[in-house]
Write a protein that binds this ligand. Structure first.
Ligand SMILES: Nc1ncnc2c1ncn2[C@@H]1O[C@H](COP(=O)(O)OP(=O)(O)OP(=O)(O)O)[C@@H](O)[C@H]1O
Length: 222
């Protein structure tokens, strides 16, 4: 499902964010990407929805080589991939419902379908009752759950999360990870980048460990 074959990403300043990275994540698996700050986790995740491109090597998603994919097919690719990234901000002065509805509105769905799916996504993350609240009235943990609902609303086959528990307390962090595990349980392929080793250790999930842009180790689940 997600295949990297000898992938490198060299930035314009000559620095390698990733170097010769190869792995294959079959459909429906859940995998953690870990490693120190600056090890290349975000660089790796951004290549999957073609938000960034390798300098060399091949990235295949669902059998499609992204380098050969024409740009007009990127929206279709991205609709299959839900992302919880740090730079995908919510609109703070809009309601929870509107924030989650946005990807479906962009994709041109009917209002009736949007309402049904947004409510289902909010229900999954336990925020159904807060759908009319403004985002800036919510706690940090609730806002992160809105992010997750927005990533899920298009029913993606793949869910990518980059440090999804950033500044959250341990209890909330665990709750968010449990939610990802629930999506994995219903068949979604889930990739989470995190350096929260304490939390990761408590999940029986394989880990790709990065170090200075290279794969240092692939640890199978215990
Ligand atoms: N646009 C860029 N131009 C130059 N160097 C970059 C760029 N983006 C990332 N880097 C460098 O590439 C390396 C990998 O960065 P990346 O953000 O992927 O690491 P990370 O593991 O996600 O770190 P963190 O845990 O702090 O988010 C770092 O050394 C970073 O400084």
């Amino acid at each position: 499902m997600i295949e990297f074959d000898g992938v490198s990403r060299r930035f314009s300043n000559g620095h390698f964010g990733l170097q010769d990275v190869s792995f294959h994540i079959p459909e429906g698996r859940m995998v953690f990407i870990t490693g120190h700050s600056g090890s290349g986790k975000s660089t790796l995740l951004r290549l999957i929805p073609a938000l960034d491109h390798p300098t060399s090597g091949t990235v295949r998603i669902g059998g499609h080589d992204l380098q050969k994919m024409p740009r007009h097919q990127y929206p279709k690719l991205r609709r299959q991939i839900g992302v919880v990234f740090q730079d995908h901000h919510l609109l703070p002065d809009r309601r929870v419902f509107d924030n989650v509805a946005l990807p479906m509105q962009v994709a041109g769905f009917e209002p009736r379908d949007i309402r049904r799916r947004v409510e289902a996504a909010l229900d999954k993350v336990g925020l159904h009752a807060r759908q009319r609240a403004r985002v800036d009235e919510l706690s940090g943990g609730e806002q992160q759950r809105v992010n997750i609902a927005r990533a899920l609303v298009n029913r993606p086959k793949i869910l990518l999360a980059d440090e999804p528990t950033g500044n959250l307390d341990p209890e909330l962090s665990r709750e968010i990870f449990n939610q990802f595990a629930d999506f994995h349980a219903i068949g979604v392929t889930v990739l989470i980048a995190s350096h929260d080793l304490h939390l990761l250790k408590t999940f029986a999930v394989p880990r790709i460990v990065l170090n200075q842009g290279r794969i240092a180790q692939i640890e199978e689940a215990f």
